[in-house]
Design a protein around this ligand. Structure first.
Ligand code: PMP
Ligand code: GLN
Length: 380
């Protein structure tokens, strides 16, 4: 049969490719972003208890009411926004589904969507499969800051959406209050929707406050914000997340959501509803990961890699410009096969494969693994 692919230029994601290469060569896998430690025993017990109690059938389409209510309370405590649990939040099967569903619900053929590159790998295909047109704004190493004046030149009458991500994967940079204010001004009075990927909201360092779109009422009035329990509770395999936005956008989101997944894992929703009620279960996350960032950074600071600033996420980017001038994809491959540490080349997150000789290392690992990896990196 002759199938004309809707995504002809999409191959296997870099995360799958590098993890497979790491496994094949028994390299330490600092490529794909996931912890090598387990989630909290108490959370696992809660899930088991809700399965035992028989919460095993479909949840309501927008999510279990207790979870929505408790998340809205958490949002109010954190960001000072008072939202409606019935109309402004939907529980999703992770952030990826939330992003895909939001784009599918809102982007029509020929609508333009602006991405800030390096951009998380699911954004562009999600836009393209819906017939949207991707416009890109490129950040540059080492600080990956947005110049909003330059950015504003990308906005046209066809711009329908801007996707932001803070703290930022893969660079570990963050958007500051001033950035959000500029974005608010730029989009005020337009029909542009802001899709804000905030899956690392609780992994932000050096006592900095995360700047969520939920803190800016004017910006929030045209935004959808996406979150993931996978990052916050060390459970990336559960694929649980949620999306928050004003009712008129959430209505559109749910129109697609109900036919995309309809509803997501019931017992885990009940467990999370209980678990998130205790702040203790997430407020120390930044501290926890900052220790890992510093532990790892201290052990590679005398290597030939240059460390780039890491202000959030569990990724440390490093420049290998002093070591080699080969392409980052080749270098990342060689790091894995010859030196035993797998990394993600940052160029893959640019549409034009801009290569600044930077690779991303995931430090969501136990200290023994970080120590071993650092020793290997110091030999390169
Ligand atoms: N956005 C970003 C920036 C991410 O890093 C990730 C996952 N690492 C996701 C979205 C997807 O999250 P989930 O696993 O909940 O789908
Ligand atoms: N988000 C994770 C990362 O950036 C991986 C997600 C995936 O494997 N698709 O590494």
């Amino acid at each position: 049969m002759n199938i004309s692919s809707k995504l002809p230029n999409v191959g296997t994601t870099i995360f799958t490719v590098m993890s497979a290469l790491a496994n094949e060569h028994k390299a330490i896998n600092l490529s794909q972003g996931f912890p090598n430690f387990d989630c909290d025993e108490a959370l696992k017990k809660l899930v088991a208890s809700y399965i035992k109690k028989g919460h095993n059938q479909y949840a309501p389409m927008p999510g279990v009411p207790a979870l929505r209510k408790n998340l809205i309370q958490k949002i109010s405590n954190q960001y000072g926004a008072n939202l409606d649990p019935d109309t402004e939040i939907t529980i999703t099967a992770g952030a990826t589904q939330a992003i895909f569903t939001a784009i599918t619900a809102l982007i029509r053929p020929d609508d333009e969507v602006i991405l800030i590159e390096p951009a998380y790998d699911s954004y562009a295909p999600s836009v393209k499969v819906n017939g949207g047109i991707v416009r890109t704004y490129q950040l540059s190493a080492p600080d990956y800051k947005v110049d909003w004046k330059a950015f504003s030149r990308l906005i046209t009458s066809r711009t329908k959406m801007i996707i932001i991500n803070t703290p930022h994967n893969p660079t570990g940079s963050i958007l500051e209050e001033e950035d959000l204010r500029k974005l608010e001004t730029l989009t005020k009075g337009t029909d542009i929707i802001v899709l804000s990927d905030e899956v690392y909201e609780h992994i932000i360092f050096d006592k900095t406050d995360h700047q969520s779109v939920l803190k800016f009422p004017e910006l929030y009035s045209r935004s959808l914000a996406v979150f993931s329990f996978g990052k916050t509770f060390h459970a990336t395999g559960w694929k649980m997340g949620y999306v928050v936005g004003p009712d008129y956008l959430m209505r559109e989101f749910r129109r697609v959501h109900q036919f995309n997944v309809f509803t997501v894992n019931t017992p885990i929703q009940y467990a999370l509803a209980d678990y998130i009620q205790k702040e203790e279960n997430y407020i120390h996350l930044s501290e926890f990961y900052q220790k890992k960032r510093d532990f790892f950074a201290n052990r590679i600071k005398d290597s030939r890699f240059d460390l780039l600033p890491c202000r959030g996420t569990y990724f440390q980017t490093v420049s290998y410009a002093k070591i080699s001038d080969e392409r980052d994809t080749d270098f990342a491959q060689r790091m894995t096969t010859e030196y035993g540490v797998a990394a993600i080349p940052v160029s893959v997150f640019y549409n034009n494969k801009k290569d600044e000789k930077v690779v991303r290392l995931c430090f969501a690992k136990t200290e023994d693994v970080l120590e071993k990896a650092a020793k290997l990196l110091c030999k390169i």
